[in-house]
Design a binder for this molecule. Structure first.
Ligand SMILES: C[S@@+](CC[C@H](N)C(=O)[O-])C[C@H]1O[C@@H](n2cnc3c(N)ncnc32)[C@H](O)[C@@H]1O
Length: 368
């Protein structure tokens, strides 16, 4: 059956891509990232580049979640939601001088810089689309290297095999460059394949609400860059999706503001739906770690406890996530696992059965 009918969802129309435009976007993003790094380094030396890039990434994730990428799929236009940025500045940059937060936000000037970059890119799009290019491809020991002009990207052979079944090398090049420009080609914490397979068997889950072409196990998934990732089967951003029926897995990015928005949307959906919906939700168990600010997502779940059929907490060193980029298992942090259901779903599968299935899955995760 058509997936759109099976899951009863809506998908926004998505745009298309070209490697030369992607390279141009890459340069604009690198300039903004360098600026962010310079400003943050004026205030603290006690932060590494990776953490700085993650601050920028969390800013972008939030603007995308707020639908600010209608002119460009990466660069937000009028992206002025600084809620997560404020938290990051206060906890990671100036924990002892919170009054300097606004000064740093003003100096970063992210909304304005991104607006300018979007306009520059849009003005040049026609010209960029007419530039011809040659894609070089080199096979190395464990990886494939692609190159256009001086811009190289790499992918491990296992992932390449998976992606090349669904799209051309040009599209794969764009995808890899996009993940590289945002430093998203490093670790991403995925529920291990064995557990995903059990979710399919035990709960008939076939849809990951947060993923990428590289890290999704299920055939159906949402991801952040729908314009490009539609070629690999993505339904676009979770925040543009309307769920009315079905069973889903959700492992949102480990980012407080995104987790809060996710839980808010899931609870609204479950509270207002009449057809059966079940969600297998995974979030980090970091409520005691004040580096990340208040854990409002968890507070929202507590308020909506009528939707929680069962829950458990896994300790950091007792379970692992899988990283598809490096093919390694990682002990990342404590993890909460929840099963959320609406009334219609409870009528199909009662809490005792759910609890039994959950215990089986958790045991397998702890044992692996
Ligand atoms: C923790 S990983 C999930 C990995 C794996 N798919 C899983 O479910 O275990 C979170 C993923 O969500 C993606 N993501 C970020 N924003 C998103 C959005 N608005 N919609 C869908 N996916 C998004 C990230 O790029 C990342 O690949």
């Amino acid at each position: 059956m058509d997936a759109k009918k099976r899951f009863l969802i809506n998908v926004k129309k998505l745009k298309d891509n070209n490697p030369i435009i992607e390279i141009s976007r890459y340069k604009l993003i690198i300039n903004i990232k360098n600026h962010v790094e310079r400003v943050i380094k004026e205030y603290t030396q006690c932060i590494n580049r990776r953490e700085i890039h993650n601050i920028f990434l969390r800013y972008l994730f939030l603007q995308i979640a707020n639908g600010k990428t209608k002119y460009d799929p990466v660069l937000p236009y009028k992206g002025n939601n600084y809620v997560q940025l404020e938290k990051d500045i206060k906890t990671l940059i100036i924990p002892k001088q919170p009054d300097k937060c606004q000064e740093i936000i003003d100096k970063l000037d992210l909304c304005n810089l991104c607006n300018k970059a979007v306009i520059q890119l849009i003005n040049n799009i026609q010209q960029l689309s007419n530039i011809s290019y040659e894609l070089e491809k080199n096979t190395l020991i464990n990886t494939i290297e692609f190159k256009i002009l001086n811009h190289k990207v790499f992918i491990n052979k296992k992932n390449y095999k998976k992606l090349s079944k669904r799209a051309t090398d040009d599209v794969i090049y764009c995808l890899l460059l996009r993940y590289k420009m945002l430093n998203m080609n490093t670790y991403s914490l995925s529920v291990p394949p064995k557990i995903m397979s059990m979710l399919q068997d035990e709960f008939q889950i076939e849809f990951e609400l947060f993923g990428s072409p590289m890290n999704s196990y299920m055939k159906h998934f949402c991801s952040i860059f729908g314009d490009l990732e539609k070629h690999f089967g993505s339904y676009g951003s979770f925040f543009d999706l309307t769920i009315t029926k079905g069973n889903f897995e959700a492992n949102p990015p480990f980012d407080n503001e995104i987790i809060k928005l996710t839980i808010n949307k899931l609870c609204d959906t479950l509270n207002n739906s009449t057809k059966p919906i079940l969600i297998f939700l995974i979030i980090p168990g970091w409520e005691r770690d004040n580096r990340y600010g208040n854990y409002e997502g968890l507070e929202l779940l507590i308020k909506n406890e009528h939707l929680v059929t069962t829950q458990t907490k896994l300790r950091k060193y007792k379970h692992q996530y899988y990283d598809y980029n490096y093919n390694v298992y990682i002990n990342a942090c404590d993890t909460y696992v929840f099963i959320l259901q609406n009334d219609a779903s409870l009528q199909l599968m009662n809490p005792m059965i759910i609890d039994k299935k959950m215990k089986k899955i958790i045991k397998a995760w702890l044992d692996s």
